[in-house]
Design a protein around this ligand. Structure first.
Ligand SMILES: [Zn+2]
Length: 295
């Protein structure tokens, strides 16, 4: 599981930067994995191997969550050169330019100030790199507890003394429909559904969840002609995905659905509950060593 294909910025906040893996490091990882007899396959091939109970040992399917523009700009050339299949799970609200990238907004405020004072008086020391990292985590916790449906307004209130831009990132972070159409022509690329609004399933009704996922499918079909057959839960950790959610996704006829539950695909793994391994610029070697040691 990757998110972004870009070089992490050393001056940035690690919590955001660790979502990036550079093309150079992806190449190193792939070469290292191949020398250890790992094979890179598409999600269709992975699903087929699971269903037909074929040997899934050391099969790796690369997935990228959310639909960042760098997946196309920086990712496509390296995946093509290495001949690696990959799946990009697109959150279509990002493509529409309607996303609230609050974690990017928070990073900008923290990087540009030596101290943050929220509207309720809570103060965070941001005078050093370490303190900035800690302030990010602390304020992140506060933001996650806000009402998510009115997040924009609430952020404006919380950061009343700062000039924050709620549109930050909407002009350059996400894939465009044109780029997704191009990806649709790439034999190595698969486009998957990551919901419309990246909603947390916990706290939503079945109807709300289905409507959101179908809305993403409709938008994708209308704008690119692509039918998405694979799904990734927007918040895929074990605690956020219930058996009920998995049954719900089953009714929507996806071939596979991916969680962020850490682990390997094994004999008998449910294709609608795929575990994944989070690779970063720093941990990729350990991840491949773990696969080699266990499979
Ligand atoms: Zn996501």
């Amino acid at each position: 599981m990757l998110h972004r294909v870009d070089t992490p910025n050393v001056g940035g906040i690690w919590y955001n930067e660790h979502l990036k893996m550079s093309p150079e490091m992806i190449e190193k990882m792939v070469i290292y994995a191949r020398t250890h007899r790992c094979e890179f396959v598409s999600l269709d091939e992975m699903a087929d191997a699971i269903r037909k109970k074929k040997d899934v040992r050391r099969l790796i399917a690369i997935t990228l969550d959310d639909g960042y523009r760098d997946n196309y700009v920086n990712g496509t050339p390296v995946f093509r050169r290495l001949n690696i299949p990959y799946t990009i799970y697109v959150c279509t609200k990002m493509v529409e330019g309607e996303m609230l990238y609050w974690w990017e907004i928070l990073e900008q405020v923290i990087l540009h100030n030596n101290q943050i004072v929220l509207n309720d008086g809570r103060t965070f020391d941001c005078s050093t790199k370490e303190k900035k990292e800690q302030a990010f985590l602390d304020i992140r916790e506060i933001i996650l507890k806000l009402r998510q449906d009115k997040l924009g307004e609430q952020l404006k209130e919380l950061f009343a003394s700062y000039d924050i831009d709620l549109q930050l990132g909407n002009d350059h972070l996400a894939l465009t429909w044109e780029q997704i159409k191009e990806l649709g022509k790439e034999p190595l690329a698969t486009i998957g559904n990551h919901s419309y609004s990246h909603l947390a399933f916990t706290g939503c009704t079945d109807d709300e969840i289905c409507t959101d996922i179908k809305h993403a499918a409709d938008e994708m079909r209308t704008n690119t002609g692509i039918e998405m057959q694979h799904f990734a839960f927007p918040f895929g950790e074990a605690t956020a995905v219930s058996q009920h959610d998995i049954d719900l996704v089953k009714r929507l006829d996806f071939k596979t659905s991916a969680t962020t539950k850490d682990g390997f695909v094994c004999y008998g793994t449910n294709p609608l509950e795929l575990p994944r391994l989070f690779v970063t610029e720093k941990n990729w070697k350990q991840v491949i060593d773990r696969i080699v040691a266990n499979c």
